[in-house]
Design a protein around this ligand. Structure first.
Ligand SMILES: C[S@@+](CC[C@H](N)C(=O)[O-])C[C@H]1O[C@@H](n2cnc3c(N)ncnc32)[C@H](O)[C@@H]1O
Length: 301
């Protein structure tokens, strides 16, 4: 709606499902050069969505290594989907979408889809799960998810809202997916790892999401992410900072769609195809708003 062409991420349904009140608000308050933090936050959402769908596309189209007979990716699992619309745009006939979200968010989203007359692609399953309380694996299996099939799991904009325990229990579920399955997730570095101006930006955003009733809880350094993933037998393929993401998706743009700072990172990791028993011995802990540089929480601006 506000960006120059070519768009980084094309989603013809994103505005449509918002409903007229929010559509009007969007038109009234465009971000851009006069609202650079808002533009940066949107750039983050655009880039993470594009990257996850690029990973799925690449896995469907890249030839398998010589001698490997494994079936291609056939499940796309969107964890903490929010208003992600992939399930309603899915262009891949052989890929089944499983959309998981908190019960209240999912009920609201389904209402939005219905009001906008937007229909999910055939076979899509919507599964209500609270990562802090429910057994994700049990719910997935009950909904027909097949752990033996290669899967791409998009887990975008969710990790900062979780406790360390929920982060780790979700990684454990992913570690049991078929070998070669891929997870894409973004995370935010702790305040102590950031320059002063970015600490201020992070505090401002944290205050806003906490006021909205969904506080950031979990912040991680790249080293902590690597240790956690390794403890679950997962292999980090890429852990991209904002400079790398800008180089890949945003360089040379004529509009204000740019990432800011270095708090946010996006990790792409693969499953080794075995369920890890316990993960790392000490694991991550939560210190919301702490700042000791070990583990805090938050989404980047
Ligand atoms: C910021 S939105 C991200 C939405 C979308 N994935 C995106 O990339 O923009 C955070 C999502 O995480 C979900 N979420 C947060 N905590 C959760 C929990 N404990 N259980 C299930 N979902 C949770 C929310 O319901 C929401 O859909």
């Amino acid at each position: 709606m506000h960006d120059a062409r070519p768009l980084v991420f094309e989603d013809p349904l994103a505005v449509r499902i918002l409903g007229s009140e929010h559509q009007q608000e969007l038109r009234r308050t465009p971000d851009g050069r006069r609202r650079p933090f808002s533009a940066a936050l949107r750039a983050w959402m655009v880039v993470r969505a594009r990257l996850a769908e690029d990973v799925l596309h690449a896995m469907l189209h890249e030839p398998l290594p010589r001698g490997v007979q494994a079936p291609g990716v056939s499940q796309y699992l969107v964890l903490g989907a929010g208003l992600d619309t992939f399930a309603c745009r899915n262009p891949y006939a052989g890929v089944r979408v499983f959309e998981v979200d908190h019960p209240s968010t999912q009920a609201w989203k389904l209402q939005r889809l219905e009001s906008a007359g937007v229909v999910p692609s055939p076979g899509t399953r919507f599964i209500a799960v609270d990562f802090e309380r429910d057994d994700l694996r049990e719910r997935l299996l009950a909904a027909g998810f097949d752990e033996q099939l290669p899967t791409v799991m998009a887990w975008l904009g969710v990790v900062p809202y979780l406790t360390g325990a929920a982060f780790r229990s979700t990684l454990r579920v992913f570690s049991g997916f078929a070998e070669g399955s891929v997870v894409v997730f973004d995370y935010t570095q702790p305040r102590a790892a950031l320059p002063a101006v970015e600490q201020w930006m992070q505090e401002s955003l944290s205050g806003r999401v906490a006021a909205a009733g969904e506080p950031f809880q979990l912040f991680l350094t790249p080293r902590e992410v690597a240790v956690e993933l390794e403890s679950f037998g997962l292999c980090v393929k890429e852990d991209l900072d904002t400079a790398a993401l800008t180089g890949r998706y945003l360089s040379g743009r004529s509009d204000a769609l740019q990432l800011k700072g270095k708090a946010g990172r996006i990790c792409v990791a693969t499953s080794g195809g075995r369920r890890a028993a316990s993960g790392s011995p000490d694991g991550v802990t939560n210190t919301a708003g702490g700042g000791d540089g070990r583990v805090e929480g938050g989404e980047t601006a």
